[in-house]
Design a protein. Structure first.
Length: 432
């Protein structure tokens, strides 16, 4: 059997296993090992399994993942999300759609220190959604804002998706993190603009809350020093060259722990829960990583990346036509797969194409994450939508997707802007 036939069968089996709900890491590992063994032989395959697994869990570079996951767990448990939302609500809650503004800003602030879209969405489903409903905001709008704000966790540093992309492509993780800052701020500003337009086009659709006094506003700022200090400490250290990404993760986790303990927000029970949560999540991520690396060896011996590159570049679509085709593929895969699994599965194949076309790999990492953000919220799957539904029981999926639709259109416009002006993502990394 030719290597082309083996590669095609391998992909078909992989998607069949995922449709049968076999964990993605296990599915990729099984197909990778079987296909590699069929082509190369049993002894090299067994050696590859042991070396790959041991190298992945002991590699210093990979330590960035559990460290930032632990920082996010400490941040979540210590209640910084509520402080961010209260402060934003105090300043903006009196405006029409003000609670929507407050939710987006608070989600952005929380995402910048947790690095998880799912955690951001789950947290603000319990923090912001009840508050918006108390002020008679429509269900669809309240859920849509939380979903859009939650997706910021994939872009703003520290982002697990960007870290994994950097590991797979051997790009500077620090530069990838910094590259996500301006696109993340652009996302926040465009989401807020979307809410303003919704309130302008449909008067009476969005209510306003009570106006806080200046004393209350100034007092609310006392509560946001902790997340602000943590973000400046970690990202400032990365940007200034004081930390490597792995060291930044360790410093961030240590900083979040100390802030939580000194403020009396982390009990022994909370610390234990945070450690267990970070360990479970890291174990899941490493399982997917090991499976992806094993599958990558299978792709290498079948020369799939080279053949895909040759095929796409021979279509005569031009570099931006091929890029549009790749983005369309990611949008379709977003309907079927988890964001991290999608990146791990496709980047080893698509990255050589991007390099061949002359696109900047740091910029492409940001583009990938933006497209993954869309996959997190757009129908028919949208993992963030499922997270919100699991927390908010009195709303159906159709209502949530209806509220998310304006923000999906905003994301498509933002993706177009970033493709047209790549310097938005590359400006800060170029200064490092």
């Amino acid at each position: 059997m030719s290597t082309d036939a083996v590669a095609i069968i391998g992909f078909l089996v992989l998607f069949a296993l995922m449709l049968l709900r076999v964990p993605v890491g296990m599915a990729m590992g099984l197909v990778g090992v079987t296909g590699f063994g069929y082509i190369v032989g049993g002894a090299p395959t067994l050696k590859m399994i042991g070396q790959t697994s041991m190298r992945t869990v002991t590699d210093y570079t990979f330590g960035v993942i559990p460290m930032f996951l632990l920082m996010g767990a400490f941040v979540t448990v210590s209640g910084m999300s509520r402080e961010l939302f209260r402060a934003a609500n105090t300043w903006l809650g009196h405006m029409r759609g003000g609670l929507g503004f407050a939710t987006i800003l608070a989600c952005g602030g929380f995402a910048a220190i947790s690095g998880s879209s799912v955690a951001t969405a789950a947290t603000f489903s319990t923090v912001a959604y009840p508050e918006m409903r108390r002020y008679n905001y429509p269900q669809s709008f309240a859920c849509g804002v939380v979903a859009a704000g939650g997706s910021l966790g994939a872009m703003l540093p520290p982002s697990t998706v960007l870290a994994v992309y950097g590991i797979i492509t051997e790009q500077d993780i620090g530069k990838l993190f910094v590259a996500g800052i301006l696109p993340g701020l652009l996302a926040i500003s465009m989401y807020i603009t979307t809410i303003v337009l919704m309130g302008w086009l449909r008067p009476g659709f969005l209510p306003s809350g009570d106006r806080a006094s200046w004393k209350q506003r100034l007092e609310s700022m006392r509560e946001v020093w902790a997340p602000l200090l943590l973000f400046v400490f970690v990202i400032g250290g990365l940007y200034g060259g004081l930390f490597t990404p792995t060291e930044a993760g360790g410093m961030g986790a240590g900083g979040a722990f100390l802030i939580g303990v000194l403020r009396g927000r982390l009990s022994r029970k909370d610390i234990r829960a945070s450690l267990l949560q970070a360990t479970r999540t890291a174990a899941a991520v490493f399982t997917v990583l090991i499976g992806a690396l094993l599958f990558g060896y299978f792709l290498t011996v079948t020369q799939t990346p080279q053949k895909v590159t040759l095929f796409l570049t021979s279509l005569g679509l031009g570099r931006y036509g091929v890029l549009a085709l790749i983005m369309l593929m990611y949008l379709l895969l977003g309907c079927l797969m988890d964001a991290l699994a999608m990146v791990i599965l496709t980047v080893p194949i698509m990255f050589p194409v991007i390099l061949h076309l002359g696109f900047d790999p740091i910029w492409f990492g940001v583009i990938i994450v933006m497209t993954v953000e869309l996959g997190l919220i757009h129908p028919p799957v949208g993992m963030i939508v499922f997270v919100i539904k699991s927390v908010v029981h009195d709303v159906d999926f159709l209502t949530i997707f209806k509220g998310v639709l304006p923000f999906i259109l905003t994301d498509l416009l933002r993706l177009t802007i970033l493709i047209a002006f790549p310097m938005i993502a590359l400006f800060l990394p170029s200064r490092m």
